[in-house]
Design a protein around this ligand. Structure first.
Ligand code: TXA
Ligand code: MG
Length: 349
């Protein structure tokens, strides 16, 4: 398939292009588009055939449900039943924005979209390109992250093109995602709301609004008794092609240990990389050393993580050692993604 790649700018929306993209979606085709979190791979959420195409283009198991993206809060009524009061509060406070809610689905939502579940994930993104595209598409766009299954989510158009060129009808190549990590997912179908995937909207922000909120124990790799409730959190994910190992502990010990491991890897002739904070960048020796940003600037770290994982792939890095990062605030989401990318290989020093 020939993929039409069109550049698009947030502050100068090309309505003609968005109209064409909307037409593609309405007729069952797929369009990748920017959102504030990561790029999405969109299809008509109410068309079972579109869901099948999304799974195929991503190479993703079809029991892993999709998030339905809407452009006005009212659209929730068509998708969800028995909408609880917390959902209304969350929508008012955090939409449009990086928050996805799990609710009981209506019959209008095909099981292909929800991976056979009787619940549906709904989000209203804030990116103006995404909002206008959803509007042009008729209001309901199913969109997983626009990466091939297992790879880091794309935060810029270049990586969407790398993964999706030739597989879908159109790519809207906009600016880089400003947040860089996927939305926070909160399940509102249980008696106490539960965070299934941490993100930019933190547990503390949710608790301030709702009172008690739980977090799926799987989120930080603490083996829960139950498998993660978001099926997508079960798979190895976000992974660079090279082997990734996290080293955690006091800063001096971490530096020492990473340098030792890197020296060993280099001596074996392996292309070796290191992920660290800006403050410790100069302390390391390896083929490729990348800083995610200053430790205090969590938003910068979040924005850069997936891009940096992809850069190691481009460079053909075979082994990567990463410092650990603070789990406060958005740090929880950062460490959740980093741990998953590492397949939970952590060395404590
Ligand atoms: O920020 C985002 O959420 C991005 C952008 C494109 O909006 N989308 C995204 O979609 O990250 P995806 O498909 O890569 O991740 C969706 C996650 C998966 O882990 C999936 O299992 C979970 O949401 N999910 C979807 N529907 C669910 C449901 N009904 N119950 C539990 N988990 C669900
Ligand atoms: Mg994804």
């Amino acid at each position: 398939m020939e993929t039409k790649i069109v550049e698009i700018k947030k502050d100068n929306l090309n309505k003609e292009v968005l109209n064409e993209a909307g037409r593609i979606l309405r007729s069952g085709g797929l369009v990748a588009f920017p959102t504030e979190t990561v790029y999405g791979l969109g299809g008509d959420a109410l068309n079972p055939e579109s869901a099948r195409k999304i799974y195929e283009a991503k190479g993703r198991p079809s029991d892993n449900p999709l998030i339905v993206h809407i452009c006005e809060t009212q659209a929730l009524e068509a998708l969800a039943e028995d909408i609880p009061e917390p959902a209304r509060l969350l929508a008012e406070r955090f939409w449009p924005g990086p928050l996805t809610m799990i609710l009981k689905k209506t019959r209008r939502v095909p099981e292909e979209t929800t991976g056979g579940l009787d619940t549906v994930a709904v989000r209203m993104p804030s990116d103006p390109i995404a909002l206008e595209l959803i509007r042009q598409a008729g209001g309901f766009v199913a969109a997983p992250s626009a990466n091939r299954s297992g790879r880091p989510s794309p935060t810029c158009a270049k990586y969407v093109i790398e993964d999706m060129n030739g597989r879908i009808e159109m790519i809207l190549a906009g600016e880089d995602s400003t947040i860089g990590l996927e939305s926070t997912i909160i399940d509102l179908t249980s008696s106490v709301p539960m965070i299934l995937r941490p993100g930019f909207i933190t547990g503390e922000m949710l608790e301030n609004l709702l009172g008690r909120v739980e977090t799926d124990p799987n989120v930080l790799g603490k083996e829960g008794k139950e498998p993660p409730k978001a099926p997508g959190m079960r798979y190895r994910h976000y992974a660079p092609r090279g082997e990734l190992i996290i080293v955690q502990g006091s800063p001096q010990k971490v530096i020492g240990q990473i340098n030792e491991l890197a020296a060993e890897s280099l001596s074996q002739g392996k292309k070796t990389g290191i992920i660290c904070a800006e403050e410790t960048l100069s302390a390391y020796r390896a083929d490729s050393i990348k800083s995610l940003g200053r430790r205090q600037e969590e938003e910068t770290i979040a924005r850069q993580l997936f891009r940096i994982l992809r850069e190691f792939d481009e460079e053909g890095t075979e082994v990567i050692f990463s410092e650990g990062f603070s789990e406060a605030g958005i740090g929880q989401a950062i460490m959740n993604r980093l741990l998953k990318a590492a397949g939970h290989r952590v060395i404590q020093v």
